[in-house]
Design a binder for this molecule. Structure first.
Ligand SMILES: [Zn+2]
Ligand SMILES: [Zn+2]
Length: 157
């Protein structure tokens, strides 16, 4: 061990960014328009771990429910969890590390799903509004053209 004080000699100037230079599709899960749902059903420590994974591109969202290590049902709905929601709740343990904690972060998944639907609805509505604005612009342009054509013919009389 050296006795050198101060910051490391070769310190990174920027925090490492996963997929730097790769264009992000913001409508994909994890993008701006489809953010990951909040980490729930785990202890504070595991929540931080999962959030770390998300931040550094090590988070693997589930494509299908995973097997619960307690009841063996394919009922684990959140990535990086080992227990299903029901088992974790019943035993009052963290769904990831199974530690007995008094404080489990987040709310029920069903509540989260409702929230997700509301969000998706909002995005859909926003797109609809954008579309209508576009249509209106098209009509305006046509109206101008018709008017000019008419004015021209009047002028040429
Ligand atoms: Zn279970
Ligand atoms: Zn935990």
């Amino acid at each position: 061990m050296s006795n050198r004080k101060g910051p490391p000699k070769h310190q990174n100037q920027f925090a490492w960014k996963p997929k730097a230079g790769v264009k992000i599709n913001e409508t994909e899960l994890g993008g701006k328009f489809r953010p990951y749902s909040e980490v729930t059903g785990v202890c504070q420590r595991c929540k931080e771990q999962i959030e770390w994974k998300r931040k550094y591109g090590k988070y693997k969202p589930l494509t299908e429910p995973a097997k619960c290590q307690k009841c063996s049902k394919r009922a684990v709905r959140q990535a990086h969890h080992n227990l299903c929601n029901a088992c974790a709740k019943e035993n009052k343990v963290c769904a990831k590390c199974s530690c007995r904690v008094g404080h489990i972060v987040g709310r029920d998944l069903s509540e989260k799903e409702t929230e997700q639907k509301t969000l998706e609805e909002a995005i859909k509505n926003a797109r609809e509004r954008e579309r209508r604005t576009l249509l209106r612009t098209d009509i305006d342009v046509t109206a101008v053209l018709i008017c000019c054509g008419y004015c021209d013919s009047m002028r040429n009389r």
